[in-house]
Write a protein that binds this ligand. Sequence first.
Ligand code: DX5
Ligand code: ZN
Length: 220
Amino acid sequence: MTSEFKLSPSILSADFSNLQLALDQCADGGAHWIHIDVMDNQFVPNLTIGPPVVKSLRSKTQKFLDVHMMVVEPEKLVEPFAKAGADMITFHIEATDDPLSVINLIRSTGSKVGISLKPSTPVSDIEPFFDKIDLVLVMSVDPGFGGQGYIDASTNRIIEIKQKLVEQCLQDRVLIEVDGGIKLHNAKEVLDAGADVLVAGSAIFGTDDPANTIKEFYNI
Ligand code: DX5
Ligand code: ZN
C-alpha cells in the first residue's frame, strides 16, 4: 500500500518570495499534490495565503492544488478558491455550525470536498459526513504553524477513522490525509495506520535538496 500513497508538500515551509522554485522542486521530486495552507489570523493566529496566490500557482502548475482552509466562515472563501483553481477545498469542522451547507457549496463549484479536524476534536464530530466528502484531513499538530512535532495519539485516530470508513464501505472513496509533523522517520507508521496522503512541509522545504527529499519519501 505504501507505494500508492500521495505526497502533498506544504508550501508553508517554502520561500514565499520564490514559490516558482517550490513548484519546480515538487515537479522534480515527483510530488502528486501541492498543499496550500490558508490561515486567517482568526481560526488560527497565523496569516498566510489567499485566492490570488492560488490563482498564480494555478497558472504555473498542472499539479493537484490541495487547499487547506484554516479560517472562520469558510463558506465565504469557497467560491474564490474554486475560481482561483483549487482542486480540493478542505474546511475545518470546528469553523462552522452548518457543515452540510459548506460541503454542498464546495461540491457545487466542482472542487473535491475535504473536512479537517483538530487533534482535540472527537472523530464522531465528522463521522456523519463521511458519505458526502472525498477526504478527511487529520491534523497531527495543532493547526497554525509548520515545524511542530507529530502528536503520537494521531496514529490511533487515523486507525479509528479508517475502521469507520471500512464499516461504511467508504474506504475506497474517502481518502485520509495526515498533516503535521510528518518526517521521513514517521511516515511509514502513518501510512501503516491508514493514511492515503501525507502532507510534509518543513521535512521537505527545510532540507537542502527538497526534490531529493520528496523522492526519499516515495522510497520509504
Ligand atoms: C499546520 C499546517 C501544515 C504545515 C505542516 O497548521 O496545516 O500543513 O505546513 O508543516 P510541517 O510538515 O512542518 O509540520
Ligand atoms: Zn495544512
